[in-house]
Design a protein. Structure first.
Length: 253
């Protein structure tokens, strides 16, 4: 029997990178996967990879900053597969390494809308479903930048710290209802998130990069996906309200 046999999952930002890797491994292990992404073409490509490997999934165009798109994503899970068991909040963007004194309201609001507010909104929508079932799993992709002070600019760092705190809060508060909420904090991983950096601040990026020489190596999306599989499965039944660092030892120094 497969680890996630018959489970229904939603993965945001699943058109590429870690989201795609998570969607693929969940489908491989028996889950029906709602592949959500702001780019429908890449979401459909992920679904094709899933189906070519014998899995099942559906693509949904989702801008996680829009409540109506989040609703559409959940409606797809319920209408197509009848329920929801696993929610993975993976969608995220970088800032431009702006330090606090150069921060604009526009960038701050944009980064928080994608990285943080969306996590609250999807969680808010998932919890009633999970409460009725008496079980459910939420996995939030935070970052080493959500644990330490200068892996990115001020907005990204603050947004990911908020996700980390939100994860721990939800994990504890809903533990008695059979719901688990954990986070994964990747280090440097080979994804296209760098494409969301449009005009890096020279001072901020120089400070953020100061510790990169300590990084043993960059990870592959599939290495993060393996941890997401563990956290989604019953094998991690006693892991709750936790943030798991997946960074090759970078932050252990």
């Amino acid at each position: 029997m497969k680890i996630l046999d018959g489970k229904v999952s939603i993965v945001t930002g699943a058109g590429s990178g870690m989201g795609r890797a998570i969607a693929k491994i969940y489908a491989r292990e028996g889950s029906f996967v709602v592949v959500a992404d702001v780019n429908l073409k890449t979401a459909e490509e992920t679904v094709k990879l899933i189906e070519d490997a014998g899995g099942k999934g559906c693509a949904v165009l989702v801008d996680v900053t829009k409540e109506e798109d989040i609703k559409k994503m959940f409606d797809c899970a319920i209408e197509k597969y009848g329920t929801l068991d696993i929610l993975v909040n993976n969608a995220g963007i970088m800032d431009n390494f702006e330090p606090a004194e150069d921060m604009t309201d526009e960038l701050w609001d944009k980064v928080f809308a994608v990285n943080t507010t969306s996590v609250m909104r999807t969680t808010r929508r998932a919890l009633p479903i999970f409460k009725e079932k008496g079980k459910g799993v939420i996995i939030n992709i935070t970052s080493a930048g959500g644990l330490y002070g200068s892996r990115a600019g001020a907005a990204y760092t603050a947004s990911k710290h908020a996700v980390t705190g939100f994860t721990h809060n939800v994990g504890f508060q809903y533990a008695l209802l059979g719901i688990r909420c954990n986070a994964i904090a990747p280090g440097a991983v080979k994804t296209n998130i760098g494409s969301t950096i449009t005009n890096p601040d020279e001072f901020g990026s120089s400070r953020a990069m100061a510790g990169m020489s300590l990084n043993p190596r960059s990870g592959e999306p599939e290495e993060v996906a393996e941890v997401a599989l563990f956290l989604a499965s019953d094998k991690s039944s006693f892991v709750n309200g936790e943030t798991v660092k997946v960074d090759g030892g970078w932050t252990a120094y």
